[in-house]
Write a protein that binds this ligand. Structure first.
Ligand SMILES: [Zn+2]
Length: 620
């Protein structure tokens, strides 16, 4: 996933005791199940095989209901099957065709309540008739007016971290995998797509769609989107989905995704999922992208018109290896998923651009990491790679720490062992652990046996413990060469010195150069300086969402009112939390409380329920 939260959100630091998830017991269900504090299921004592969904999507009443069927083997003779459930409305349960008396466990903060179904040793099929509740956290129901085309309503899901349980009763932990099939009934004329095989390339007349995910996946990768959706092929195995009004633009923006898949394969081995498609969703989508297998879900904020933000697709594609193929066992191990993905994403980007280009990405990532460490505090437990999320919201792990510190750690290893050895190691790592689950400890053990091999000088150079089980940014952190950003620094200094843009040389700057130019401006820019910059570079009307968002944050800080109208528009059509949360936070922090409240009130319903619940805590 790219990227959900800024570190700022989590407020003051909380020193917690070190979590220890080293207990691994190989059950008959999975190769490895570490103790996952964010699931109430007992999937470690029952073999969970397959999920069959038969669901109806009623757009008018905004209801999703039907049947979830679980094929299981109760080889250990468990007395009940416990599934995760967050406010589902359970109508009835059948076990091997016979009505069962189910119960709902006590509701727990962040987790929901277990659905408990009595079993016999020979039980093998559990059918649950249910509906998702109105406020289901994974679901965003958009009225026609909230879509790009404004003609038909739209629905999409976001299951990561633990929201699958709000639309499917399931064992909802990243360490539990199952295959699935689905029959989805939608209003006639609309199309349904899922993280599975069988996605149509044209809407059918019946409104009934069938899907099959043959490979075992964890619940957080269950995904569904329904709406007025069109398809356009890029090449034989890749293509794009979007609303009709967007499809041509999207196909143009993502014209290189076929090449991107080839590049990724040349780095770390075959793509394991068959097709690779991308769907661009309406503006309310709360995150950058979600790596739903076979079908990345993506924010429209990357459609910049000049392919300058396609890096996000490199990230989601890289998850097809790191995360989807080899999955973190618990949310405490999220760096195994996101850190590897950021590293892999930058390797794809380097192969498709050049070293000076990717050096800018490394540097911007380093700046993000510095900001996160500063927000948490440099000694904070939250800045360890191995997280400790017991009793907390699983989403709290999704800060820049696992992403950027994780990627930096892998880059450090690469630099110390050499790229050739490191790439061979990684390729093997993905092949050896394909469709399996991995803990931090299991990875370190594998690293030790297959790469470091007891080399004590190498251990000392890497200082693995400082990275994984220590705070802040370790002293041996690598830093990218600044060849292109040093030129930007010179131009910025010139602007500050001359108070004019007349002599600036910004020819051929990419988004990344502009971001660095603006990010490192002094915090106390005057409105006069803002006017000069805006007149020369038209930041207020920038089409590029990364640049526009940063400019609006600076405008709020400087009280540059000329940008407020465009900022209001931006906030009405952008639901991506990475953008909207810092912007509202800046308004609150600079005393523009009434402005924040008024804008939020207008656009609140355009945002995903997850974004709304976070903003409700900020704007008050
Ligand atoms: Zn990601």
């Amino acid at each position: 996933m790219r990227k959900q939260l800024t570190a700022i959100m989590f407020g003051t630091l909380l020193l917690a005791a070190c979590g220890n998830n080293k207990t691994e017991h190989a059950g008959n269900t999975q190769a490895v199940i570490a103790k996952d504090m964010h699931t109430l299921s007992n999937a470690d004592s029952i073999l969970i095989k397959h999920l069959s969904l038969d669901l109806t999507v009623d757009m008018d009443s905004q209801q999703l209901y039907g049947w979830a069927g679980w094929e299981i083997e109760n080889t250990m003779g468990a007395q009940s099957l416990r599934l995760d459930n967050h406010d589902l409305i359970i109508d009835s349960v059948l076990v091997d065709g016979v009505a069962a008396t189910f119960s709902i466990g006590a509701k727990q903060e962040h987790l929901g309540a277990a659905l408990i179904i009595p079993l016999l040793k020979e039980s093998h099929k559990v059918m649950i008739k249910y509906a998702a509740s109105k406020g289901a956290k994974a679901l965003q129901w958009l009225a026609a007016s909230q879509t790009i085309g404004k003609k038909q309503p739209f629905l999409y899901t976001q299951s990561e971290s633990i929201y699958a349980r709000s639309w499917v009763p399931c064992p909802d932990g990243p360490g539990i995998r199952f295959s699935y099939s689905a029959r989805i009934q939608v209003p006639k004329g609309m199309m349904a797509v899922m993280s599975a095989s069988g996605n149509a390339q044209q809407a059918n007349d019946s409104g009934i769609y069938h899907f099959e995910m043959e490979k075992p996946i964890p619940a957080y990768l269950l995904a569904l989107a329904v709406g007025d959706i069109r398809f356009k092929a890029i090449d034989e195995r890749t293509g794009v989905y979007a609303e009709p009004e967007m499809i041509a633009k999207v196909a143009n923006e993502f014209a290189e995704i076929g090449k991107m898949v080839n590049t990724a394969e040349s780095l770390y081995g075959p793509y394991a999922w068959g097709r690779y498609d991308v769907i661009v969703l309406p503006a309310g989508f709360p995150i950058g992208g979600m790596e739903n297998p076979k079908l990345t879900f993506c924010t429209p904020t990357v459609i910049a018109g000049d392919r300058s933000l396609v890096n996000l697709i490199a990230h989601e594609l890289a998850h097809s290896w790191s995360g989807n193929l080899v999955t973190n066992a618990t949310w405490d191990d999220i760096w195994m998923n996101e850190g590897f993905t950021v590293y892999f994403e930058r390797r794809i980007s380097e192969a498709m651009n050049d070293k000076t280009y990717v050096n800018m990405l490394w540097e911007l990532g380093y700046q993000d990491l510095e900001m996160a460490v500063e927000d948490f505090g440099k000694d904070s437990r939250k800045t360890w790679l191995k997280q400790d999320l017991k009793g907390k919201d699983a989403d709290e792990g999704l800060s820049d720490i696992p992403y950027e510190k994780g990627a930096l750690f892998l880059w450090l290893i690469e630099q110390n062992v050499g790229r050739e050895k490191w790439d061979a190691f990684l390729k093997n790592y993905f092949a050896t652990h394909a469709f399996q689950t991995i803990t931090t400890e299991k990875f370190l053990d594998y690293l030790d046996k297959n790469l470091l091999k007891g080399d004590s000088a190498l251990y000392k150079m890497l200082d693995v413990n400082a990275w994984v089980y220590g705070p802040g940014i370790p002293a041996n952190a690598p830093r990218a060469a600044m060849e292109r950003f040093e030129k930007v620094n010179i131009e910025r200094a010139k602007f500050l010195e001359e108070k004019s843009t007349k002599n600036l040389n910004t020819a051929n700057w990419t988004t990344h150069e502009w971001l660095h130019f603006l990010r490192k401006m002094p915090k106390d820019l005057t409105t006069d300086q803002m006017v000069v910059l805006d007149q020369a570079f038209h930041f207020t009307t920038a089409k590029n969402s990364e640049i526009a968002d940063l400019w609006f944050v600076m405008s709020v800080r400087a009280g540059y009112e000329k940008a407020y109208g465009e900022m209001d528009k931006f906030l009405s059509v952008t639901g991506r939390q990475k953008f909207i949360i810092p912007l509202y936070e800046e308004m609150m922090q600079t005393g523009k409380v009434e402005m924040a409240k008024a804008i939020y009130k207008k656009h609140k319903t355009n945002y995903h329920p997850l974004a709304q619940s976070k903003l409700d805590k900020i704007i008050k």
